[in-house]
Design a protein around this ligand. Structure first.
Ligand code: SF4
Length: 427
C-alpha cells in the first residue's frame, strides 16, 4: 500500500479490502483497489483504474453509510441502507441496490433524482481534471501509472468498455440470478447457451430465441477474451455466471469444461478473494433431466454452486395467465428434486423463483405455500425461495406495492424455506 497527499487529495494505491464477501450493515470493499479522498467524497478505483465506488462525506449525502457502485456494464447502482432490518428481512442483505434503469423493485425511491447523488457523478468527472493537473515530475512510477490509467477512463472510455464487454460475450445480459447477491453481483459472465425452452408470455428478460447451446470453442474464446478484458482487475473476482437463461440445459461436458477452464484461466486459486462461486439458471425441464452424475460432477468442482430454477407458480390458473407452457405436475417434481439435491450435495444449492403481484389469481400464493410449507416438516436453511415482483412495465402505486409487500411478508412467515424478494439486475 502506498499513500500520497496533494492539497485536498489523499491517494492510496493498492489498498486491501475484505477477502471474503460478507453481509454487513456498514460499507465493505472487497479485494484490492485504489482510493482518493477529497473533503467531499471517497472515490475508489479498481485495478484497471476504472472508478467503481463513490461515497459522499458531507451532510448533504443521503446517508453516511450509503454509496454508489459502477458495474462492469457501466451502470451506476445506489446502495441504500433503508431501514436495515426491513431491507434484510425482504432481501437477505443489509443494503437495497437502487438501479439507475427500470427493473422490478417495489421498494425505495429513486436516489438518482437526488441532487447530492447527481453531484457525486459530476464530481468524479471534475476529479479526473484535477488528477490530470497533478505534477508529473516528482511522483513515483506507481502513482504515475495509476494516474495514466484512471484519467484515461473517462465517461466516454467507460461507455466503450461496456460495449466491448457486451460484444465479447455476444449480447447484453438482461438478468442475473438472485443468488449472485452472495457475491454482491460481482460475477464474470460466460454464455454457454442462448435463448430458453419456454419463451413465456409474461417474461420481460427473454431473448425470444429458442434454446441453443454454444460450442466449447466459443466458450473457450469468451474465457480468453474475458481474461484480457478484466486484465489487472481479474484478481478481484472469484465468481462466474454461466448464461443465459438455462445453462443447466447444456451437456454435462460443456458445463464441466466451462467451469474448469474458467477456474484455471482466471486463476481463481490466486484471487484476492477466498473461495470460488458458480451461478447458473435452470428450467424445470433441465433440472428434471439432470442426473445424479451431473450433480456429483458439480459438487466435485472447486466452486460453491448455486442453481436458480424459474418455477413461477404452482397454480394452473396462474401458469396459464403467465403463458408459461409447463404443468403443475412438473413444477412439483422439480421442487421435490430441488429439495433432494440440496440435501444430498453439500456444495450445491438449488433455489427457486416464484412470481409476486397483485394482479395474479388469488389461487397463486396458496398453491406456492402448498409447496414451500405443506411439503416440508420443518424449516430448512438451504434452498432459498425468491419472489419476483411482476411489473409488466406498469409502475404501481405505493399503496399497491405496500399490499404486495404485505402479502409477501405473510408468505415469508409461513414458508419453511428462506424466502426473499428478487430484484432483477442486469449486467
Ligand atoms: S421466464 Fe425463463 S423460460 Fe420463461 S421466457 Fe423468461 S427466461 Fe425464458
Amino acid at each position: 500500500m502506498e499513500s500520497f497527499q496533494f492539497d485536498n487529495l489523499s491517494i492510496i494505491l493498492n489498498k486491501q479490502g475484505s477477502r471474503e464477501f460478507a453481509k454487513a450493515s456498514y460499507p465493505i470493499r472487497y479485494g484490492r483497489f485504489a482510493e482518493i479522498k477529497t473533503p467531499d467524497y471517497i472515490f475508489q478505483f479498481n485495478l484497471n483504474g476504472e472508478v467503481k465506488y463513490i461515497q459522499g462525506r458531507r451532510e448533504s449525502w443521503p446517508h453516511p453509510a450509503e454509496w454508489l457502485k459502477r458495474t462492469v456494464a457501466n451502470d451506476w447502482v445506489y446502495y441504500s441502507a433503508g431501514t436495515y432490518s426491513e431491507v434484510y428481512d425482504y432481501f437477505g442483505e443489509y443494503y437495497l441496490p437502487c438501479l439507475s434503469y427500470p427493473s422490478n423493485s417495489i421498494m425505495g425511491g429513486n436516489p438518482f433524482d437526488d441532487n447530492a447523488v447527481r453531484s457525486a457523478l459530476q464530481a468524479w468527472e471534475e476529479l479526473l481534471t484535477e488528477m490530470r493537473a497533478l505534477p508529473s515530475g516528482t511522483i513515483s512510477q506507481g502513482l504515475k501509472d495509476f494516474l495514466i490509467l484512471a484519467t484515461g477512463n473517462d465517461t466516454k472510455a467507460l461507455q466503450l468498455r461496456s460495449q466491448a464487454f457486451h460484444n465479447l460475450i455476444g449480447g447484453e445480459l438482461s438478468v442475473l440470478p438472485p443468488d449472485t447477491r452472495h457475491v454482491d453481483y460481482e460475477v464474470i459472465p460466460i454464455f454457454v447457451a442462448d435463448g430458453c425452452l419456454y419463451n413465456c408470455g409474461f417474461c420481460r428478460v427473454k431473448t425470444g430465441e429458442d434454446f441453443s447451446p454454444r460450442t466449447q470453442k466459443n466458450v473457450f474464446d469468451q474465457i480468453n477474451k474475458l481474461k484480457e478484458f478484466y486484465a489487472q482487475d481479474l484478481s478481484n473476482y472469484n465468481a462466474i455466471f454461466l448464461g443465459q437463461h438455462d445453462a443447466l440445459g447444456v451437456s454435462p461436458e460443456l458445463l464441466e469444461f466451462t467451469a474448469k477452464k474458467a477456474y484455471e484461466r482466471f486463476e481463481f486459486d490466486r484471487s484476492n478473494l477466498k473461495g470460488a462461486h458458480l451461478f447458473l439458471f435452470g428450467s424445470v425441464d433441465s433440472l428434471l433431466k439432470s442426473e445424479d452424475t451431473l450433480f456429483e460432477l458439480l459438487n466435485d468442482l472447486p466452486f460453491l454452486t448455486y442453481i436458480n430454477i424459474g418455477l413461477e407458480s404452482a397454480d394452473p390458473a396462474t401458469l396459464a395467465m403467465l403463458k408459461k407452457p409447463i404443468t403443475i405436475e412438473i413444477v412439483t417434481k422439480a421442487f421435490v428434486r430441488m429439495l433432494e439435491v440440496n440435501r444430498r450435495y453439500e456444495k450445491i444449492e438449488v433455489t427457486a423463483n416464484f412470481l409476486l403481484g397483485g394482479d395474479l389469481p388469488s389461487t397463486h400464493l396458496p398453491c406456492c405455500l402448498d409447496l414451500i410449507r405443506n411439503r416440508l416438516d420443518h424449516f430448512y436453511s438451504k434452498g432459498a425461495i425468491y419472489f419476483s415482483p411482476l411489473m409488466n412495465g406498469r409502475s404501481k402505486s405505493r399503496e399497491a406495492n405496500r399490499g404486495v409487500l404485505k402479502r409477501f411478508s405473510e408468505v415469508k412467515t409461513l414458508s419453511r424455506l428462506p424466502t426473499f424478494l428478487y430484484l432483477i439486475q442486469r449486467l
